[in-house]
Design a binder for this molecule. Sequence first.
Ligand SMILES: [Zn+2]
Length: 476
Amino acid sequence: MRCACCGMEILGQKFGPYQNNEYYCERCWYDPSLFFPDKPGKIIQRCTFKGPRLSNEELNLIEIIDLYRQQSINPNRAVSDIWEQVLGKQRIKIPAMRARQKNILLYFGKIKAYELLLLSAVDQWSDNDCEGYQRNQYNSKKREIKDYLQKCPIPLVPAILGSIKDGQFIPENGDCFGHLELPIIPGSIALLDGQQRTSGFEVVFQEFKEFIKNNGFDVDNGIIEQYYELFNFELPIVLINSIKISDKVRTEKKLPEDIDPTDIERAFFFIINKTQKAVNASLKDELAYKTISAGIRGIPVIEKELWRTEVVPIANSLNGEQGPLEGLINLGGVPGLKKPIQLNGFVTSLKSLFSNEHFTSLTAEKKREFLHAYWGMIREIIPETFDKESYNKFLLTKSIGIYSLNNLANDIFNHCLNRHVDPFLKENLRSYLYPLKNFDWSIETSPFAILAGKKGVKRAKEMMIELVKVAEVNEA
Ligand SMILES: [Zn+2]
């Protein structure tokens, strides 16, 4: 028998029969550039991404994933049907557990990253095609997740939520545990939550393709294994069957006749993405700082504004016993504590100082010293605005006061450097800050009282600088 592709006698394994009763030789069938309908199923069964080098199976799987990814955004149902006709009912098995939440059957499973890349797609209702969505930001988010997966030593990825329209749960050992069989077609899993996590793995995948294109497969320095480790990354996944759910609520007359699976998916998408309350901003700063001080790096949301984690311990010490802001900073965002300064705002308002190159080159201890001297002197000059009994009558510990004074700290610091004055000695700051005493901080009559928002902060800071300039003139 001869191969329908190369025409050579088939000596080893033969593949077929395909259309017109044709058969193919092993070499041709494994050619990654040739597609056969039984390839995805067979290759997925055989391929493991174990390494150390790239096998024929792996090379083919990479091509198949690439082909499938092209259908991963808004897959057209008609196109999916054609895929299914071409591929037949080939299925992939994932371990899963079944649970019931009132009307809904849920499947908790685990899926390998490369399997998720094959099967998952984003449907029309996702935020992907909403107008005004910034694509650039979205791309940078993908890369952020990729960096996190590659660089963070403990890259926990929480469960992905997806919807399947076809799939069968096969129980083993009783009713609850077993596995889920999913058709191997693009868009088999519609992602409800986890689009960006999945994209992070896609960027890893694209990077790997680029890597083998440039380096071949014979690189023996562990790089391929690192990629394989990520392809085999096991993701927790929760799956619902939106068709079954919509059928059920329709027949039980719990929802209108015309409810369809996409309505269910959209509702879940909304529930998951819009109703979770984010961590309080101040608590987020504290948690970020503790994470960094534990030596855990590579978490994008922290790395992006790493300077914030430097401010937190300083704010903690300003707020600590005998500190100039003792007990005045609300560290964890817990309401009702009578602590007027929000940690998050306090940190944010120090941005100009913490991006000042002369200041950033200081040691942590020196930075702390300066802020203690600065706030210590302000407290000495106008103690009533810090007093637990009376701070409420003044604007100093309100946002506008904190923002303007923390901004001013940067100017004072520069000013000291320019004049060769030691900024770490509290007493040296007295003459600069003394005019603050005559400023009207009263909550009712202060010129700050009518200022609001970003513009207000800017104006308030200008007013503070004017005051300091007055001090300079007097000094001269
Ligand atoms: Zn051949």
